[in-house]
Every structure is written in C-alpha cells, then in structure tokens.
Design a protein around this ligand. Sequence first.
Ligand SMILES: *Cc1c(COP(=O)(O)O)cnc(C)c1O
Length: 360
Amino acid sequence: MKRVYNFAAGPATMPPKVLETAANEMLCFGDSGMSVMEMTHRGKAYQDIFDETIHLIRNLMQIPDSYEILLLQGGATGQFAAIPLNLMTDYASADYIDSGNFAHGALVEAQKYGTVRVVASSREENYVRVPEFDPAVFDPKADYFYITTNNTIYGTRYHILPDTGSVPLVADASSNILSEVFDITRFGVLFAGAQKNIGPAGVTLVIVRKDLLGRPSPLTPKVWDWTLQAKQGSMLNTPPTYAIYLCGLCLKWLEEQGGVAAIEKINIEKSKMLYEFLDESALFNGIAQPISRSRMNVTFRTKDPELDALFVKEATTAGLCNVKGHRAAGGMRASIYNAMPVEGVISLIQFMKDFEVRNK
Ligand SMILES: *Cc1c(COP(=O)(O)O)cnc(C)c1O
C-alpha cells in the first residue's frame, strides 16, 4: 500500500527512513540479539541508546551544560502540573499568556497550585493571533512567566518572545521545537511532547536551567520531580524505552538534513508557499492573522462549512490526509512539521487549486 501525505497535528508524520531503520532493527538491534523493546533500561546497550539521544538533543539545539535535559512521561499535559509543582514555590504566583487551548489548559491546571495572573489573552478573538503583551504589567515577583511558542490548534506562533527580565520564561514548544533555532538561554524551561516534531508519542522533553532545580513542592509526584529525575538521569522508573529510541532515530535524521538551522529554512519555504497561495486564492482564506502565522500548523477555510467538509473528504481520497481543522477552530489545518517533505506541500497546494476551479 502507498503511503499518504499525513498532515495530522500529532501524532504526526515521521521520516520514512526512520521507520525503515526501525523495521530493520525490530527483531535484532546491532549485535544485542534482541529488539530495543526487550532491553532492560538498566543495561549498557540501552543506556548507550538513551545517552546518544540526549547528546543529539544537546547538539542540535546547542544546549549549554547549565541546562538539564529530561525525558519524561505524561505528555505536555503532565507538565502543565509539573511546572507549578516544581517552580511555583517562592511567591506561589506565575504570569501566563493565554494564546490558545493548550495555554489555557496549562493555566487552569496551574490555578490548583497558586495564583495565576493572565497578563495577555486572545481568547475573546478565538485565538486568531498571539495577544499583544505589555511588559509593564509583568509581575517581577512571579515564580515564572509562561507562554506557548506555537499554538497548534489555531496556527499561530510568537514572532517576538516576551522579555521577562529575571523572571524565568517557561515555554511549551510542543509543536515547533526543532523547527527553528531557539536561543535556549532565553528560557528557564522549554518543554515539548514528542509526537509532533521529535518522534512518536510517549516521551516528553523537558529542558530546564539547572539553577531552577531544587525547589519542588513536597507534593510533587516523584516521576514529575525534575530535581529527582535529573539526579537519576530520567530513569527514576522505567522510561518509555522504545519511544526514546525512535526519537533518537528522528534526531539523527534531522542531523543528516543539516540540523535545525537548515530545516528552519525549508520550513519557512514550505509555509510561505502555502500562505502565498491562501492570500491569492478566491476560495480559501487563512484563519490566523498574518502577524502571528505559524510555520508548522497552517489553518484555513472557505466561506462555507459544507464546502470545507467536501474539501476534507476529497483531499483524503487524493491521499492528502488529516487536513480537518481542530473542532475548537473549525475549517482546515495542514500540519507541516519537519518530516513533511516539500513535495507534500506542493501536492496539497495543487489539490487546493484544482478544488478551487471545480467549486467556483
Ligand atoms: C499537542 C500539544 C499539547 C498536548 O500534548 P500531550 O502530549 O497530548 O499532553 C500541549 N501543548 C501543545 C502546544 C501541543 O501542541
């Protein structure tokens, strides 16, 4: 069976080469005589795979030694609780920007643990842009300042990061990590679920500045205690061993593509092609406001929800799958993460052009 172009928001498309390598190594990894899935996480064979994965993340993102790299479970959603539990312990207060459903979910979760100040929000406008923010209202006595670097559902992205002074910036980068060069030193914590741009579901990457460790609330579940997990090399209990191995393969693939700066250029090109088409089209319109457009999730629609449904149906038949928008946003969404080739985007645009001619 032929593989389709999968525009799903996550779990998302993976590089075919990674899947082939995993298939070839499924029964026997190297000379271990077993599948990675069958290895003890306490043995050298698996530790080497794990260390290599951490090493690749550190190199690709140029993360200095002053940051700890953790691979945890519970998804980005788990971190919505872990963040206040690990950080909201000096002032019991944090500033949040409400820029989308996931940002909102994070701040609702944090409210269980302390005071949450929403310092900017675009909720009233159904999150069509990242809200403007005024540093004058930021609290210098916040334990941290929280943003979502890319809003997966609405297709928006911060083009300028807030300057939070000495308050640590904590960022959910689930849907644009590794898609563009981030200066990690701007962040206290950068975290991401793996299933968009790192690998398969089941792993959560947490990059935390070391000076922020050592202050968890005593109520922190130990699997989400960053300080403890850092001491134990993310192996306080059994890590998601096979998913981490697959992340390692994806990271090697990214390195072969030239790394983050090289893939960023391609990502800019891919998203530009789609937005240029949307801006010219008489049938399709982009949903996110141009100043906030994401390079990873491109949201669009026609003027007619029935036509949107027809488009999704016909696109699927044409092998352009999962272009239906999230129920909270409506319309369509094409997620074009690192592993989506340029050819996939070109095919989608060609199909949209044909659809437009047929449905004038
Ligand atoms: C997908 C996503 C999440 C949720 O991730 P889970 O791993 O399902 O918990 C959170 N934040 C953002 C920005 C996402 O894209």
